[in-house]
Design a binder for this molecule. Structure first.
Ligand code: GLN
Length: 304
């Protein structure tokens, strides 16, 4: 398979369609990103990198970090984790509080904000320096890179953090929150503010395409079955209330972020990351989804 040719073809075709959306504007640091940025990086299981457009440029990974924190916490707590967070798609927006009341403080899944806050709370229980250990972990699985937390994005997230703060207090009222709220939110806003390029991101997802083994870290990150479980969660819950649409159009386990990034895996073949800041009304990148749709249409193989 000539991945370089394939990616360039997809890149061109998406550009020609001139699709538009709206850059997330809840904080200025994200709103001011050039809306025309567009990059694709594919990493095969030998570690070869194929790229097009702005694939080496760093952007705010936002909710894609929920996969990295879940991986660390899943490894640490194993099945015990699932007493605190469910594994069902929510069908609601990423920051919704609605279902949390009748679900008695157990979030529907780890990829909506309520679930991710529980995961970050668990991270804080298990790791002494959660932010440093998270970035260290990402650096390791992304092939010895140096990801940074953008302090302006983090502080802005904090200054506009009413909804996430409310979710954390609500979780605490159901006793599904163990650490001081401010401490956990600091970690949560930091993870959202991690900046990575498409290459770094695709590399960091490589173990999920490779039965839990990272060729970059040269170690088993998760057991084969637990890596499959994360993929199952990404397929069913990775795009909030658009998860069904993404599975229908693209058919890959993946995760989006409001920075416009999408990371996805084709198990046993490759991992891929796409970035374009303009989002649809569900908060997912218009061009990134289109690129992945075209790519999977052109591939000679599929997950199904
Ligand atoms: N920082 C955002 C939030 O927690 C991340 C949301 C996202 O990427 N979907 O609200």
């Amino acid at each position: 398979m000539d991945y370089q040719h394939l990616i360039e073809e997809v890149y061109q075709e998406v550009q020609e369609e001139n699709l538009r959306g709206k850059v997330a504007d809840y904080i200025p640091e994200i709103a001011n990103v050039d809306p025309n940025k567009f990059g694709i990086a594919l990493v095969d299981l030998k570690g070869n990198v194929f790229g097009a457009g702005d694939y080496k440029e760093q952007f705010s990974i936002q909710s894609i970090s929920k996969v990295h924190t879940l991986t660390m916490v899943f490894k640490a707590f194993d099945t015990k984790l699932w007493s605190r967070v469910n594994v069902e798609p929510s069908g609601d927006p990423f920051n919704s509080i609605a279902q949390l009341e009748y679900e008695k403080g157990i979030p529907r899944n780890p990829f909506i904000n309520a679930g991710a806050l529980v995961i970050t709370d668990a991270l804080c229980s298990k790791f002494e320096k959660p932010i440093a250990q998270l970035t260290e972990f990402i650096n390791e699985i992304a092939g010895d890179t140096c990801v940074k937390i953008n302090p302006d994005v983090k502080n802005s997230e904090k200054n506009h953090g009413e909804r996430n703060t409310a979710l954390a207090y609500f979780l605490k009222s159901f006793k599904n929150f163990n650490n001081p709220i401010e401490e956990v939110l600091e970690v949560y806003f930091s993870q959202c503010a991690i900046a990575m390029s498409c290459v770094d991101l695709a590399k960091s997802f490589s173990f999920l395409a490779n039965d839990g083994y990272s060729i970059f870290a040269e170690r088993q990150i998760l057991s084969e079955s637990n890596a499959r479980r994360i993929n199952a969660l990404m397929l069913t819950c990775g795009f909030y209330d658009e998860a069904g649409e993404f599975a229908f159009r693209v058919g890959l386990p993946g995760k989006s972020g409001v920075g416009g990034g999408v990371a996805a895996v084709m198990p046993h073949k490759f991992s891929i990351a796409v970035w374009s800041p303009e989002l649809n009304e569900k908060g997912n990148s218009v061009k990134s989804i289109k690129a992945l749709e075209l790519l999977t249409n052109k591939l000679e193989f599929s997950l199904f």
